[in-house]
Design a protein around this ligand. Structure first.
Ligand code: SF4
Length: 72
């Protein structure tokens, strides 16, 4: 299956000057104050798949996936 992931506006973070919290916070539609302060540790959400985000998978389900797409 082919899926299309949408991009988000803005530029990637400067890895030489990482700030506190989630590096995607300035560009993320789901960011909250907590995202500016910390980033939850990596957790396995599916076999062999890791994620680090302060929101649950259910909270962001479908975000950034074009219609008809399916992230596996
Ligand atoms: S932790 Fe998740 S919700 Fe928060 S800014 Fe980063 S990607 Fe977005």
């Amino acid at each position: 299956m082919t899926i299309s992931l949408s991009s988000i506006p803005g530029n990637p973070p400067n890895m030489a000057h990482m700030q506190k919290g989630c590096p995607f916070a300035p560009r993320c539609d789901f960011a909250g104050e907590d995202c500016l302060d910390h980033l939850d540790p990596l957790t396995e959400f599916a076999p062999g798949r890791l994620r680090a985000c302060n929101r649950s998978v259910a909270d962001v389900a479908g975000a950034g996936v074009e219609a008809g797409g399916d992230v596996q």
